[in-house]
Write a protein of this length. Sequence first.
Length: 487
Amino acid sequence: MADPKGFLHHGRETAASRPVEERLGDWNEVPVPGALLPVVGRQAGRCMDCGIPFCHQGCPLGNLIPEWNDYVWRGDWAAASERLHATNNFPEFTGRLCPAPCESACVLGIGRAPVTIKNVEVSIADRAWESGAIAPRVPERLSGKTVAVVGSGPAGLAAAQQLTRAGHTVAVYERADRVGGLLRYGIPEFKMEKRHINRRIEQMRAEGTRFRTGIEVGRDLSAAGLRKRHDAVVLAVGATTPRELPLPGRELRGVHQAMEYLPPANKVQEGDHVTPPVTAEGKHVVVIGGGDTGADCVGTAHRQGAASVTQLEIMPRPGRERDPLTQPWPTFPLLYKVTSAHEEGGERVYAVATTRFEGDEDGNVQWLHLTEVERDGGGFAPKPGTERKIPAQLVTLALGFTGTDRENGLVEQFGLELDARGNIARDADFQTGVPGVFVAGDAGRGQSLIVWAIAEGRSAARAADRFLTGASDLPAPIRPTDRALAV
């Protein structure tokens, strides 16, 4: 498999990033353009003939990682692209946005730094686009069946593309003005330029998928009206209800959910606004939440010219290395991660909890009060004498999501049941209690990773195809109950 001694001859190499001062002056992607190609061949050659490729287990898509590593090492980029696209509809998305659980499961990672699987993946996809190897796959015949896919995030797009290629007439309904869901308006441009979404949408249009933007099912179009138009429905509406922080001062101006802050910044890049309605320019910014969405807020605030940026996390700071007792290989470990946004500045504060917000006489937030915390059973207790306040003229809440949207009427109109976590209930075949109505992605699984969303979309597409035709040749990489391997 690739170079039998590659992992002995070469260490882990990643793409070079553009200088901080340069990238803070624009919204382009952080890596140096073309920096990966000189190193990915060597990285692919580090892939071991490990016998059991646990990277397959780490990735819910079932990506054939050793195979396309071997092709890249040998310089057969066309074959690598074919193998990559056999399991993943949008590898240029995952290669930029996924936290790479496949790398955490890499056998080489037991004793050395794992293969840079994510970098090899995105290099294959980008090179395939540049060489013209990616073309529309128009179905040979149409089934005469129509499918509505509600939501155009990664799960919805994957389901739509699979069902279109199976010969069904698919219409994707998106409540926003552009296709892409959180890929479009939740992910900042510096993490993934939206041209990558645009060219995939054009490919899908050429294959026959239709897109209906600016239509919110439940408000603009009733569930009954949708079911009357289509033979099956796939709901991929995400888990968009944000987790709240009900503290004194929450009502002050300047305290926003992350998804009230990030989308307007992306709309500026789309040309919709000259300046965003919510901006960090000249302000002391506090981001509550230490995850990827919080990092997105940090990077956005830097580019908007914030006076300072502080990110708060209630959990203690994780270690830099995997603990073999508490986070053994091949599980996905919780490690201290420095993203590109953190490289650009700001302060990260761990093991603290916000207690209240303080405003000025005009109702604008000015200060955030916090306290250090320590573990107390299953929760956290404040440490006496550690209370303090920090300046905060813009606060973003990046605390995750608690379930699917209940306010637009979609759940009630379809007559859907929710589970205890606020997700849409479904059976082992991704089908709700309503025949012909399926659920894919975060709407059924809860907040998760992009690779799980695409895997869900592919699997739900197979279930819908079988419902419509009685059989299906589409792949189904996961079941609704599958979860990432954990301790």
